[in-house]
Design a protein. Structure first.
Length: 474
């Protein structure tokens, strides 16, 4: 080889290495993804792609380095592989500095709470490690536990709702059992006081209800061969399993209707080194888009069949037996770092009458617009929708604003304000979806070039002060 060719190759290799070093890598230690399992109100996410904060929506994969922040009306939930959860209350900012695998295959998760209120419910399964950090302290969960963490201005409080934890920092280790709490003075070298009680928090009732719904539906699962547990609880609420001859165990969402397909509503999300992956906007749309495949079954329509390997980032639509004329969504031809939406579905569920607890569920909505756990016996309403095209259900309100069951991933308006937040709180899921649709960038269609959703604006607001606590040092 000539010196000229050798020099050119060396220069090319150097430039390639420099280019790759400037992009976040999702192929090595960052192969893990966790699920943004619920979003309501003003929630933003920085996906660590170089794009900055964007409007968040359900089922977005969270990777190492991501950040989430909620506005004064924002609620969010993150679900880990073993179905452990992190619930994020309004006025809160969290980061995920570690979502990795060690050499033994254990999943290492670290969540940093910068300010606000978060609830962590750790399942305590093997090869799953969860650590919460705040200020100069950290909590490494060793067994199943449930706690509330508040970080507000110069104070921080840990309240153990179930199980027991250790809080370690520069001033030592604090051991807390169920119904005990500790308050740290962040302006005084994290000096602390322990109390043998837990004062009720502003969002405790919301967290308790969401946890009860999650645990109830998780126990009903009929999928025993999935490598992970996250997303399974929502399958049991928003659809049903059946054993079909020649196919085996299959699952289908309620309220599908003729002409429905599983890729009518969602978005393409781009990640450096992995390219595009499909993100479903259906409230149950996690597991069926990362595991198994979708099959069109005569007389039944589209159904999901579990099995195969788990597909993380870069997941593409997997289908079989598609009817004539069906075309799966195609990713944009070029990299668009913002989220690129696809909206082909019908009008989602809508309120039956103003200022009421009635919800009209329409054929083809497939669960969009139905708050998780808010309507009892969805199977009954699904039969009514099949017969009449729609059905009116009673919504059982939550003690805190219910986290809406999915919504089309539209970008929020740049001028998001407190007035907008107030209107959002009083609006129905369909009204919120319509407002978002008006304020979003053009959706992507396979025949078009590419569109993008705009990032929502709005500042952060701190939550209420942590209640005082006292007690002996342990």
């Amino acid at each position: 080889m000539s010196k000229f060719k050798s020099g050119v190759l060396s220069m090319f290799a150097a430039l390639l290495g420099l280019l790759l070093s400037t992009l976040p890598s999702f192929a090595g230690s960052q192969v893990r993804i966790v699920r943004l399992s619920a979003v309501q109100g003003h929630v933003q996410i920085d996906r660590a792609t170089g794009q900055g904060f964007e409007k968040a929506f359900i089922n977005l994969p969270i990777t190492q380095g991501a950040q989430i922040r909620t506005g004064e009306d924002g609620f969010a939930e993150v679900e880990f592989e073993d179905a452990s959860t992190l619930r994020i209350a309004p006025g809160t900012a969290v980061a995920f500095p570690q979502l990795a695998l060690d050499d033994a295959g254990s999943k290492l998760s670290t969540v940093e709470v910068d300010h606000g209120i978060a609830y962590a419910n750790f399942a305590g399964t093997k090869k799953n490690q969860l650590t919460l950090t705040f200020a100069r302290e950290h909590i490494a969960f060793a067994k199943p536990s449930h706690l509330r963490l508040e970080v507000v201005r110069d104070k921080a409080m840990v309240a153990v709702l179930a199980g027991e934890v250790q809080v370690a920092g520069a001033s030592g280790v604090v051991e807390l059992e169920k119904k005990h709490s500790v308050v740290f003075d962040l302006m005084n070298q994290d000096q602390y006081k322990v109390a043998k009680n837990v004062e009720e928090g502003t969002y405790d009732a919301w967290d308790k209800q969401e946890d009860q719904i999650h645990q109830r539906d998780l126990q009903k699962t009929a999928v025993n061969n999935s490598p992970y547990s996250y997303g399974l609880a929502d399958l049991n609420y928003y659809g049903s399993f059946m054993n079909l001859p020649g196919y085996g165990m299959m699952w289908q969402p309620y309220f599908t209707g003729a002409g429905w397909d599983p890729f009518m509503d969602g978005a393409w999300a781009w990640y450096p080194g992995m390219g595009y992956g499909w993100v479903s906007s259906y409230p149950w749309g996690w597991t069926p888009y990362h595991y198994g495949s979708w099959m069109f079954v005569s007389s039944y329509g589209w159904m999901w069949q579990p099995g195969g390997v788990w597909n993380g980032l870069g997941n593409m639509p997997l289908t079989a037996g598609a009817p004539q004329g069906f075309a799966p969504p195609r990713p944009p031809a070029t990299a668009v770092h913002t989220l690129v939406t696809v909206n082909r579905g019908p009008v989602m569920a809508s309120p039956g009458m103003a200022a009421s607890n009635k919800l009209v569920i329409r054929s083809g909505s497939a669960g969009i617009g139905i708050p998780r756990g808010s309507v009892q016996n969805l199977a009954k309403f699904s039969q009514q929708v099949q017969q009449h095209g729609s059905a009116t259900a009673t919504v059982h309100t939550a003690p805190a604003p219910a986290m809406y069951g999915g919504a089309r991933p539209m970008g929020g308006p740049a001028g998001y304000s407190r007035a907008t937040a107030a209107q959002s709180r009083g609006a129905s899921p369909s009204q919120q979806g319509a407002a978002a649709r008006q304020n979003s960038a053009p959706a992507y269609h396979p025949s078009a070039s590419a569109g993008s959703s705009s990032a929502g604006g709005g500042g952060m607001h701190s939550a209420a002060s942590a209640p005082a606590s006292s007690g002996a040092r342990r």
